[in-house]
Design a binder for this molecule. Sequence first.
Ligand code: ATP
Ligand code: LTN
Length: 337
Amino acid sequence: MENTPQKICFSGIQPSGTLTLGNYIGALRNFGLMQDSFQCLYCVVDMHAITVRQDPAALRRRCLELTATYIASGLDPVRNILYCQSHVSGHAELAWILNCFTYMGELQRMTQYKDKCAKHADNINAGLFTYPVLMAADILLYQADVVPIGADQKQHLELTRDIAQRFNALFGDVFTVPEGYFGKVGSRVMSLQEPTRKMSKSDPEDTYIALLDPPDVIRRKIRRAVTDSETDIRFDPVNKPGVSNLLSIIAALSSCDAEQAAQELQGQGYGKLKERAAECVIETLAPLQAEHKRLMADKAYLQGVLDENAKRASQMANRTLSKVKRKIGFADWGRKA
Ligand code: ATP
Ligand code: LTN
Protein backbone atom coordinates (compact mmCIF):
# COMPACT_ATOMS: atom_id res chain seq x y z
CA MET A 1 0.00 0.00 0.00
CA GLU A 2 3.07 2.21 0.37
CA ASN A 3 2.82 3.73 -3.07
CA THR A 4 -0.93 4.34 -3.07
CA PRO A 5 -1.32 8.10 -3.38
CA GLN A 6 -3.24 9.62 -0.50
CA LYS A 7 -6.79 10.67 -1.32
CA ILE A 8 -7.52 14.36 -1.25
CA CYS A 9 -10.10 16.27 0.80
CA PHE A 10 -10.87 19.91 0.04
CA SER A 11 -13.18 22.47 1.61
CA GLY A 12 -13.43 26.17 2.19
CA ILE A 13 -15.17 28.76 4.33
CA GLN A 14 -15.65 32.43 3.48
CA PRO A 15 -14.12 35.04 5.78
CA SER A 16 -17.37 36.99 5.39
CA GLY A 17 -18.25 37.35 9.07
CA THR A 18 -17.97 35.63 12.42
CA LEU A 19 -18.40 31.90 11.95
CA THR A 20 -21.65 30.49 13.27
CA LEU A 21 -22.70 27.30 14.98
CA GLY A 22 -24.08 26.31 11.54
CA ASN A 23 -20.62 26.55 9.98
CA TYR A 24 -19.22 24.54 12.87
CA ILE A 25 -21.76 21.72 12.91
CA GLY A 26 -22.33 21.59 9.15
CA ALA A 27 -18.73 21.90 8.03
CA LEU A 28 -15.85 22.67 10.38
CA ARG A 29 -16.16 19.79 12.79
CA ASN A 30 -16.36 17.37 9.86
CA PHE A 31 -13.10 18.79 8.50
CA GLY A 32 -11.31 17.32 11.50
CA LEU A 33 -12.76 13.86 10.87
CA MET A 34 -10.95 13.73 7.54
CA GLN A 35 -7.44 14.52 8.66
CA ASP A 36 -6.39 10.97 9.48
CA SER A 37 -7.47 9.43 6.20
CA PHE A 38 -6.93 12.17 3.60
CA GLN A 39 -4.48 14.83 2.55
CA CYS A 40 -6.70 17.75 3.45
CA LEU A 41 -6.69 21.29 2.10
CA TYR A 42 -8.78 23.82 3.99
CA CYS A 43 -9.00 27.16 2.32
CA VAL A 44 -9.97 30.63 3.52
CA VAL A 45 -12.00 31.57 0.43
CA ASP A 46 -11.55 35.33 0.40
CA MET A 47 -12.12 35.52 -3.36
CA HIS A 48 -15.60 34.14 -2.80
CA ALA A 49 -16.20 36.61 0.01
CA ILE A 50 -15.78 39.67 -2.23
CA THR A 51 -18.87 38.71 -4.23
CA VAL A 52 -20.58 40.84 -1.57
CA ARG A 53 -19.01 44.10 -0.40
CA GLN A 54 -16.36 43.70 2.30
CA ASP A 55 -14.52 46.28 4.33
CA PRO A 56 -10.82 45.76 3.36
CA ALA A 57 -9.42 45.99 6.90
CA ALA A 58 -12.10 43.65 8.25
CA LEU A 59 -11.50 41.15 5.45
CA ARG A 60 -7.77 41.11 6.17
CA ARG A 61 -8.40 40.57 9.90
CA ARG A 62 -10.99 37.85 9.31
CA CYS A 63 -8.58 35.92 7.12
CA LEU A 64 -6.30 35.45 10.14
CA GLU A 65 -9.27 34.87 12.46
CA LEU A 66 -10.57 32.08 10.26
CA THR A 67 -7.12 30.52 10.13
CA ALA A 68 -7.05 30.63 13.94
CA THR A 69 -10.53 29.07 14.01
CA TYR A 70 -9.40 26.25 11.74
CA ILE A 71 -6.50 25.46 14.06
CA ALA A 72 -8.52 26.00 17.25
CA SER A 73 -11.16 23.54 16.04
CA GLY A 74 -8.48 20.85 15.97
CA LEU A 75 -7.08 21.02 12.44
CA ASP A 76 -3.37 20.26 12.52
CA PRO A 77 -1.58 23.06 10.64
CA VAL A 78 1.30 20.77 9.72
CA ARG A 79 -0.55 17.76 8.38
CA ASN A 80 -3.29 19.80 6.70
CA ILE A 81 -2.80 22.53 4.14
CA LEU A 82 -4.49 25.59 5.64
CA TYR A 83 -4.17 28.51 3.25
CA CYS A 84 -5.74 31.57 1.74
CA GLN A 85 -7.40 31.37 -1.70
CA SER A 86 -6.05 34.69 -3.04
CA HIS A 87 -2.48 33.52 -2.34
CA VAL A 88 -2.75 30.81 -5.00
CA SER A 89 -3.36 32.34 -8.43
CA GLY A 90 -4.35 28.97 -9.91
CA HIS A 91 -7.88 29.37 -8.49
CA ALA A 92 -8.58 32.41 -10.66
CA GLU A 93 -6.90 30.89 -13.69
CA LEU A 94 -8.83 27.64 -13.59
CA ALA A 95 -12.07 29.47 -12.80
CA TRP A 96 -11.76 31.44 -16.04
CA ILE A 97 -11.19 28.29 -18.06
CA LEU A 98 -14.11 26.49 -16.41
CA ASN A 99 -16.35 29.52 -17.04
CA CYS A 100 -16.03 28.61 -20.70
CA PHE A 101 -17.34 25.10 -19.94
CA THR A 102 -20.32 26.16 -17.83
CA TYR A 103 -23.70 27.20 -19.20
CA MET A 104 -25.63 30.32 -18.23
CA GLY A 105 -28.71 28.17 -17.65
CA GLU A 106 -26.86 26.06 -15.10
CA LEU A 107 -25.80 29.11 -13.12
CA GLN A 108 -29.25 30.69 -13.33
CA ARG A 109 -30.70 27.69 -11.52
CA MET A 110 -28.45 28.04 -8.43
CA THR A 111 -30.57 28.79 -5.37
CA GLN A 112 -27.72 30.50 -3.49
CA TYR A 113 -27.40 32.95 -6.41
CA LYS A 114 -31.12 33.69 -6.28
CA ASP A 115 -31.01 34.15 -2.48
CA LYS A 116 -27.97 36.45 -2.64
CA CYS A 117 -29.57 38.54 -5.42
CA ALA A 118 -32.61 39.04 -3.21
CA LYS A 119 -30.39 40.00 -0.23
CA HIS A 120 -28.04 42.30 -2.17
CA ALA A 121 -30.31 43.81 -4.82
CA ASP A 122 -28.02 46.86 -5.11
CA ASN A 123 -24.97 44.78 -6.05
CA ILE A 124 -25.85 41.90 -8.35
CA ASN A 125 -22.39 41.53 -9.83
CA ALA A 126 -21.05 38.98 -12.30
CA GLY A 127 -18.93 37.39 -9.55
CA LEU A 128 -22.05 36.47 -7.63
CA PHE A 129 -23.28 34.73 -10.77
CA THR A 130 -20.09 32.81 -11.54
CA TYR A 131 -19.39 32.06 -7.84
CA PRO A 132 -20.09 28.31 -8.28
CA VAL A 133 -17.52 28.09 -11.09
CA LEU A 134 -14.83 29.46 -8.77
CA MET A 135 -15.92 26.87 -6.22
CA ALA A 136 -15.62 24.14 -8.87
CA ALA A 137 -12.13 25.43 -9.68
CA ASP A 138 -11.15 25.30 -5.98
CA ILE A 139 -12.13 21.65 -5.77
CA LEU A 140 -10.95 20.40 -9.17
CA LEU A 141 -7.59 22.19 -8.97
CA TYR A 142 -6.52 19.73 -6.26
CA GLN A 143 -8.18 16.62 -7.70
CA ALA A 144 -10.24 16.36 -4.52
CA ASP A 145 -11.96 13.05 -3.83
CA VAL A 146 -14.16 14.30 -1.02
CA VAL A 147 -15.63 17.67 -0.04
CA PRO A 148 -17.14 18.11 3.45
CA ILE A 149 -19.92 20.73 3.21
CA GLY A 150 -23.31 21.69 4.63
CA ALA A 151 -26.53 20.78 2.81
CA ASP A 152 -26.81 24.27 1.27
CA GLN A 153 -23.74 23.57 -0.88
CA LYS A 154 -25.05 20.33 -2.39
CA GLN A 155 -26.24 22.03 -5.56
CA HIS A 156 -22.85 23.65 -6.09
CA LEU A 157 -21.11 20.33 -5.67
CA GLU A 158 -23.43 18.72 -8.22
CA LEU A 159 -22.49 21.45 -10.67
CA THR A 160 -18.80 20.85 -9.94
CA ARG A 161 -19.28 17.17 -10.78
CA ASP A 162 -21.10 18.07 -14.01
CA ILE A 163 -18.34 20.44 -15.08
CA ALA A 164 -15.66 17.83 -14.29
CA GLN A 165 -17.48 15.14 -16.24
CA ARG A 166 -18.08 17.45 -19.20
CA PHE A 167 -14.41 18.41 -19.30
CA ASN A 168 -13.27 14.80 -18.94
CA ALA A 169 -15.59 13.71 -21.76
CA LEU A 170 -13.90 16.22 -24.06
CA PHE A 171 -10.27 15.87 -23.00
CA GLY A 172 -9.79 12.53 -21.23
CA ASP A 173 -9.48 11.93 -17.50
CA VAL A 174 -8.23 15.30 -16.35
CA PHE A 175 -10.28 15.84 -13.18
CA THR A 176 -11.24 13.60 -10.29
CA VAL A 177 -15.03 13.72 -9.89
CA PRO A 178 -15.55 14.65 -6.20
CA GLU A 179 -18.07 13.30 -3.68
CA GLY A 180 -19.72 15.44 -1.02
CA TYR A 181 -19.50 14.52 2.65
CA PHE A 182 -22.49 15.58 4.75
CA GLY A 183 -22.64 14.83 8.46
CA LYS A 184 -25.44 12.57 9.70
CA VAL A 185 -26.98 15.33 11.82
CA GLY A 186 -26.75 19.07 11.51
CA SER A 187 -25.99 19.52 7.83
CA ARG A 188 -28.53 22.37 7.93
CA VAL A 189 -28.67 24.30 11.20
CA MET A 190 -31.56 26.76 11.13
CA SER A 191 -31.86 30.41 12.16
CA LEU A 192 -32.88 30.91 15.79
CA GLN A 193 -35.43 33.55 14.82
CA GLU A 194 -36.74 32.08 11.55
CA PRO A 195 -36.25 28.34 11.94
CA THR A 196 -37.37 27.61 8.38
CA ARG A 197 -34.28 29.43 7.03
CA LYS A 198 -30.67 28.33 7.43
CA MET A 199 -28.52 29.99 10.07
CA SER A 200 -26.24 32.39 8.21
CA LYS A 201 -23.36 34.58 9.33
CA SER A 202 -24.50 37.46 7.15
CA ASP A 203 -27.92 37.70 8.87
CA PRO A 204 -28.76 39.79 11.98
CA GLU A 205 -26.92 38.91 15.23
CA ASP A 206 -29.80 37.39 17.17
CA THR A 207 -30.48 34.78 14.45
CA TYR A 208 -27.20 32.93 14.93
CA ILE A 209 -24.75 31.77 17.56
CA ALA A 210 -21.25 32.95 16.79
CA LEU A 211 -18.44 30.54 17.63
CA LEU A 212 -16.88 33.21 19.81
CA ASP A 213 -20.06 34.24 21.68
CA PRO A 214 -19.53 34.17 25.46
CA PRO A 215 -21.71 31.80 27.54
CA ASP A 216 -24.19 34.46 28.70
CA VAL A 217 -24.80 35.60 25.12
CA ILE A 218 -25.30 31.99 24.00
CA ARG A 219 -27.81 31.43 26.82
CA ARG A 220 -29.67 34.62 25.98
CA LYS A 221 -29.86 33.93 22.24
CA ILE A 222 -31.12 30.38 22.78
CA ARG A 223 -33.61 31.49 25.44
CA ARG A 224 -35.07 33.90 22.86
CA ALA A 225 -35.09 31.35 20.03
CA VAL A 226 -38.46 31.04 18.29
CA THR A 227 -40.33 27.83 19.15
CA ASP A 228 -44.15 27.41 18.94
CA SER A 229 -47.25 27.75 21.08
CA GLU A 230 -47.45 24.06 22.07
CA THR A 231 -45.59 22.44 24.94
CA ASP A 232 -44.61 18.95 23.79
CA ILE A 233 -41.05 18.24 22.79
CA ARG A 234 -40.90 16.15 19.64
CA PHE A 235 -38.73 16.05 16.54
CA ASP A 236 -40.94 17.22 13.69
CA PRO A 237 -39.09 19.68 11.42
CA VAL A 238 -42.17 20.44 9.29
CA ASN A 239 -44.63 21.31 12.05
CA LYS A 240 -42.20 22.23 14.83
CA PRO A 241 -39.15 23.75 13.09
CA GLY A 242 -37.89 25.74 16.10
CA VAL A 243 -38.05 22.88 18.61
CA SER A 244 -36.62 20.46 16.04
CA ASN A 245 -33.71 22.80 15.33
CA LEU A 246 -32.79 22.87 19.04
CA LEU A 247 -33.10 19.09 19.23
CA SER A 248 -30.83 18.73 16.20
CA ILE A 249 -28.25 21.01 17.80
CA ILE A 250 -28.30 18.90 20.97
CA ALA A 251 -28.07 15.72 18.89
CA ALA A 252 -25.20 17.01 16.80
CA LEU A 253 -23.19 18.03 19.85
CA SER A 254 -23.87 15.11 22.15
CA SER A 255 -23.75 12.13 19.81
CA CYS A 256 -27.35 11.00 20.26
CA ASP A 257 -30.06 11.38 17.64
CA ALA A 258 -32.74 14.06 17.73
CA GLU A 259 -35.55 11.60 18.62
CA GLN A 260 -33.55 10.31 21.60
CA ALA A 261 -32.92 13.87 22.75
CA ALA A 262 -36.68 14.55 22.48
CA GLN A 263 -37.50 11.47 24.53
CA GLU A 264 -35.06 12.41 27.27
CA LEU A 265 -36.56 15.87 27.57
CA GLN A 266 -40.18 14.73 27.27
CA GLY A 267 -42.54 16.61 29.58
CA GLN A 268 -39.88 18.99 30.88
CA GLY A 269 -40.96 22.06 28.91
CA TYR A 270 -39.24 24.36 26.42
CA GLY A 271 -37.29 26.13 29.15
CA LYS A 272 -35.43 22.93 29.94
CA LEU A 273 -34.94 22.15 26.24
CA LYS A 274 -33.30 25.53 25.75
CA GLU A 275 -31.15 25.17 28.84
CA ARG A 276 -29.92 21.80 27.62
CA ALA A 277 -29.17 23.15 24.12
CA ALA A 278 -27.28 26.12 25.58
CA GLU A 279 -25.19 23.85 27.84
CA CYS A 280 -24.24 21.61 24.91
CA VAL A 281 -23.17 24.60 22.82
CA ILE A 282 -21.22 26.28 25.64
CA GLU A 283 -19.41 23.07 26.53
CA THR A 284 -18.46 22.40 22.91
CA LEU A 285 -17.25 25.89 22.18
CA ALA A 286 -15.27 26.60 25.37
CA PRO A 287 -12.02 24.84 24.35
CA LEU A 288 -12.22 26.25 20.82
CA GLN A 289 -12.68 29.77 22.17
CA ALA A 290 -9.73 29.49 24.54
CA GLU A 291 -7.43 28.19 21.82
CA HIS A 292 -8.64 30.84 19.37
CA LYS A 293 -7.75 33.57 21.84
CA ARG A 294 -4.30 32.14 22.36
CA LEU A 295 -3.64 31.88 18.62
CA MET A 296 -4.85 35.39 17.83
CA ALA A 297 -2.20 36.73 20.19
CA ASP A 298 0.45 35.40 17.79
CA LYS A 299 -0.35 36.83 14.36
CA ALA A 300 3.16 36.14 13.06
CA TYR A 301 2.60 32.43 13.64
CA LEU A 302 -0.71 32.49 11.73
CA GLN A 303 0.85 34.43 8.86
CA GLY A 304 3.69 31.90 8.76
CA VAL A 305 1.20 29.03 8.49
CA LEU A 306 -0.53 30.73 5.56
CA ASP A 307 2.73 31.61 3.78
CA GLU A 308 4.12 28.12 4.07
CA ASN A 309 0.92 26.42 3.01
CA ALA A 310 0.30 28.70 0.02
CA LYS A 311 3.54 27.30 -1.41
CA ARG A 312 2.43 23.71 -0.88
CA ALA A 313 -1.00 24.41 -2.37
CA SER A 314 0.49 26.24 -5.38
CA GLN A 315 2.64 23.26 -6.25
CA MET A 316 -0.35 20.95 -6.25
CA ALA A 317 -2.48 23.46 -8.16
CA ASN A 318 0.14 23.98 -10.84
CA ARG A 319 0.23 20.30 -11.67
CA THR A 320 -3.46 20.32 -12.57
CA LEU A 321 -3.30 23.70 -14.24
CA SER A 322 -0.44 22.71 -16.59
CA LYS A 323 -2.33 19.63 -17.64
CA VAL A 324 -5.54 21.58 -18.25
CA LYS A 325 -3.75 24.21 -20.32
CA ARG A 326 -2.06 21.57 -22.42
CA LYS A 327 -5.31 19.72 -22.99
CA ILE A 328 -7.25 22.75 -24.14
CA GLY A 329 -4.48 23.84 -26.50
CA PHE A 330 -2.82 26.87 -24.92
CA ALA A 331 0.46 27.34 -26.78
CA ASP A 332 3.29 25.81 -24.81
CA TRP A 333 6.73 24.62 -25.89
CA GLY A 334 8.20 24.04 -22.46
CA ARG A 335 8.65 27.80 -21.89
CA LYS A 336 8.94 29.18 -18.34
CA ALA A 337 6.03 31.37 -17.20
P1 ATP B 1 -22.72 33.66 4.15
O1 ATP B 1 -23.85 33.72 5.12
O2 ATP B 1 -21.76 34.79 4.24
O3 ATP B 1 -23.15 33.33 2.75
P2 ATP B 1 -22.24 30.98 4.94
O4 ATP B 1 -21.96 30.80 6.39
O5 ATP B 1 -23.53 30.54 4.40
O6 ATP B 1 -21.86 32.46 4.61
P3 ATP B 1 -19.70 29.78 4.19
O7 ATP B 1 -18.92 30.54 5.14
O8 ATP B 1 -19.03 29.74 2.89
O9 ATP B 1 -21.19 30.28 3.99
O10 ATP B 1 -19.99 28.31 4.71
C1 ATP B 1 -18.97 27.44 5.03
C2 ATP B 1 -19.51 26.06 5.25
O11 ATP B 1 -20.51 26.07 6.30
C3 ATP B 1 -20.21 25.46 4.03
O12 ATP B 1 -19.81 24.11 3.90
C4 ATP B 1 -21.66 25.55 4.34
O13 ATP B 1 -22.41 24.54 3.72
C5 ATP B 1 -21.67 25.39 5.85
N1 ATP B 1 -22.83 26.03 6.44
C6 ATP B 1 -23.15 27.35 6.38
N2 ATP B 1 -24.28 27.61 7.05
C7 ATP B 1 -24.71 26.40 7.54
C8 ATP B 1 -25.84 26.00 8.34
N3 ATP B 1 -26.73 26.87 8.75
N4 ATP B 1 -25.94 24.69 8.66
C9 ATP B 1 -25.02 23.78 8.25
N5 ATP B 1 -23.95 24.11 7.51
C10 ATP B 1 -23.78 25.39 7.15
N1 LTN C 1 -19.39 28.05 -1.59
C1 LTN C 1 -19.13 27.71 -0.24
C2 LTN C 1 -17.73 28.05 0.20
C3 LTN C 1 -16.74 27.40 -0.69
C4 LTN C 1 -16.40 26.01 -0.74
C5 LTN C 1 -15.42 25.91 -1.77
C6 LTN C 1 -16.84 24.90 -0.03
C7 LTN C 1 -16.00 28.03 -1.64
N2 LTN C 1 -15.21 27.13 -2.28
C8 LTN C 1 -14.88 24.66 -2.11
C9 LTN C 1 -16.28 23.66 -0.38
C10 LTN C 1 -15.33 23.55 -1.40
C11 LTN C 1 -20.20 28.41 0.61
O1 LTN C 1 -20.74 29.39 0.20
N3 LTN C 1 -20.49 27.96 1.75
